[in-house]
Design a protein around this ligand. Sequence first.
Ligand code: ATP
Length: 486
Amino acid sequence: MIVVEHLSGGYEDVAIVKDISFTVEKGKILGILGPNGSGKSTLLKVMSGILPAIDGTITIDGKNILSYNARALAKKMAVLPQLHANAFSNSVREAVSLGRYPHQTGFFSSWSEQDEQAVQHAMLQTGVKRYEHTAMEFLSGGEQQRVFVAQALAQTAEILLLDEPTNHLDIAHQRQILDLVRQEAVKCGLTVVMVLHDMNLASLYCDELLLMEGGQMRALGAPHEVLVASQIEEVYQARVTTYAHPELPKPQITMMPSATDFQERAVIKKEHFTITEHYIQLKTEIPLKTVSSAVHNPGIGWHNCLLNRSVPSDYVISDVKREVNEFLRKGKFSPTNTVVMLTAVPTSLVAMNEFSAPFGSMIVAVTAGVGNAVDVSRVHERQDDPYIGTINTWVIINGCLSEEAFFQAMMTATEAKTKALHSENIRDERSGTIATGTATDSLLIAATQKGEEMLYGGPITEVGKMIAKGVYETTVQAIRNYKNSF
Ligand SMILES: Nc1ncnc2c1ncn2[C@@H]1O[C@H](COP(=O)(O)OP(=O)(O)OP(=O)(O)O)[C@@H](O)[C@H]1O
């Protein structure tokens, strides 16, 4: 455990870092973030004793570090500096062995079995063992960086101070080194303080983050407390937004470029739709932001091709995703840029309408197979095998929606669809009650994201009113098209 209290320090009596206080418990990782020149490296140097503290204290396991001599401190704390004084003539093995210096005893240093094991283990962990006898100067920047990490690990200290350990490393090696550091912390109780420039890596791997600004602490806390968009924008003077990591409860940050070439305008019109026997397609010049429950590329994304594909009514495929991928490959559609829905309704029965609104305009396209409509409040009574019969709804908005508005738009559109089934008196055959949808309906809201952002999409808003009217009217029309086809 390391405790830093009111620490100030810098170069020649000038305090660069001021009044820094934090505690890192045994087995925990603290990440230090901050813009260039904010004092991250200086703080690490003061902590490691390379620079003297002007004020404040650093204690390790309850003992002030001033009470340790250099060798005793090096046994407690290993340091990976940002810039390495590189003795280039050393082999990798010799470089890693330097990490054992604090463990050498006596006038003539004695290389013990323990020293050898620590060096071998560190080389294996960092993947540099195969360069063991290679001279450092023959390694790439990333390979050298891994050797220096190995050197710090070979020191087998309880505390590790790392200044940009992922410098020069490609993504696989960043992961390798940070996974290793995390594993050493969690399994072996290593306490780590590391400077990282990459906020997303810091969020993923650190228990707590310290955000520096002008040599002072701007924020200290869990990643979600520190990586707050407004705070990062102020400190870095850069526009950012946060989003959720797909697998872990760790916030991620992305930059919002100010370049104007992203701002080109495009308006989606009915003419941009193509209807063939096999699909209804919307292909756009600019990608649309899409939120959908489609079969292929569902969720939130950016796409410039939407397909509502008509499949035979006996289309029962065990691996739908694979079959759809195959269809896209054969049809020369981009698998990453295309959103796909499936329907058993012939494409000629689509209902499509364009609506103009104060914010811009909107197109709604619906295919409605209601042969298997269900009352959602009664479906728990059914034990059916999967069957086809789907209402697919697309709402294409020439406008800009906030994330909240996208989800409210999904709700508004769903309610409007249900109302259409109600007024067309579509019933659940089993229960005889009014149907609320089919068992496999799909919905897509897409927007050009141009113009002023609309914050909300519920029925109280202009866009919500338009979606409600558009989806209701178009679904009624699609149901009638379907009924009239028999
Ligand atoms: N040897 C030095 N003598 C005097 N001032 C220094 C020295 N090294 C750094 N500084 C100053 O201390 C301040 C903090 O530098 P430091 O290297 O700690 O920042 P940092 O946050 O690590 O930056 P970066 O992200 O660029 O690595 C800077 O203004 C820098 O100019």
